[in-house]
Ligand binder design. Structure first.
Ligand code: FE2
Ligand code: FE2
Length: 280
């Protein structure tokens, strides 16, 4: 664990700093978020609120129409998107506009990895026959959100993590644990709690590297863990040979077979071969 200005960077100190620097949601996102907590709220009411912000609406529709959802026809209205995808997915997409709203060059790699993980999580979830495949897709999109946050709001710590990664030739999580005393999974949990994420999304983000810790929605964490590992394997290249570990729990929860994996990889190849994610 590193010292910051003479004080040890304990988990409590880091948590305080993280929560202090968390961006506040734009007003319209806040309003929509509040509305979505109410029981029986109508898709019209939510789309009316989000629709007040044209740029936000365009971003949400861009995500809805991106290859990871793969709708055969373009979805042109928010109301239609809300009906098709459900509130938990729309919540996740709204958060994605906050996290990835402005993709500066240092964030590009995280953004592309997020899009590819979303695509793969969707493929796995649909193959499993999950009714929550749209939510799992958005969990894939957000699974490393705290890495983006660290890059923007804690560039010094991020630079130290990058240096350890290079020096030790290790995965992100190990370097983060060396510098911060904990990994991006724990910071995901702090952020998800602060932002009142739905439990399924929160567990996927917090436990995608320790699937056994997911108690309420283990399938979410397992799908994201598998998607993350498969994407790393798919994008293997010189200098990018380090792959996060597949959790033993993932194999058990998803009942993985070689045939299943082969089908997923074939589909990934079709979806990702010529993907160009652009910006949000
Ligand atoms: Fe991760
Ligand atoms: Fe990842």
């Amino acid at each position: 664990m590193k010292m910051q200005h003479g004080n040890p960077l304990t988990p409590d100190v880091l948590k305080e700093k993280v929560l202090e620097r968390l961006p506040t949601f734009p007003r319209v996102v806040q309003e929509a978020w509040k509305l979505m907590q109410r029981p029986n709220v109508s898709p019209e009411a939510i789309s009316e609120v989000i629709g007040k912000d044209i740029a936000l609406t365009a971003k949400v529709l861009k995500l809805v129409n991106s290859p990871f959802y793969g709708f055969p026809n373009r979805i042109a209205s928010l109301k239609h998107a809300i009906i098709l995808l459900g509130l938990n997915t729309i919540r996740g997409l709204l958060i994605s506009t906050v996290v990835f709203g402005e993709i500066t060059p240092p964030l590009m790699e995280i953004w592309e990895h997020a899009c590819e993980c979303a695509t793969t999580a969707g493929i796995i979830a649909r193959r499993l026959g999950s009714k929550a495949s749209d939510e799992m897709t958005v969990a894939g999109l957000l699974h490393d959100m705290s890495k983006a946050f660290l890059k923007v709001y804690f560039p010094d710590l991020d630079a130290q993590i990058e240096a350890v990664k290079k020096r030790n030739k290790c995965v992100d999580l190990s370097a983060e644990r060396e510098i911060l005393g904990l990994g991006h999974d724990v910071i995901n949990l702090w952020m998800a709690e602060k932002w009142h994420f739905p439990a399924s999304l929160k567990e996927a983000l917090a436990y995608h590297h320790q699937v056994g810790k997911a108690k309420e929605h283990p399938q979410f964490a397992a799908v994201v863990n598998l998607a993350d590992v498969l994407i790393h394997i798919y994008r293997l290249k010189p200098g990018k040979e380090l792959i996060p570990e597949i959790d033993a729990e993932t194999c058990r929860i998803l009942n993985l077979s070689p045939e299943f994996l082969l089908e997923v990889i074939k589909e990934m190849d079709k979806s990702l071969y010529a993907s160009d994610w652009g910006e949000l």
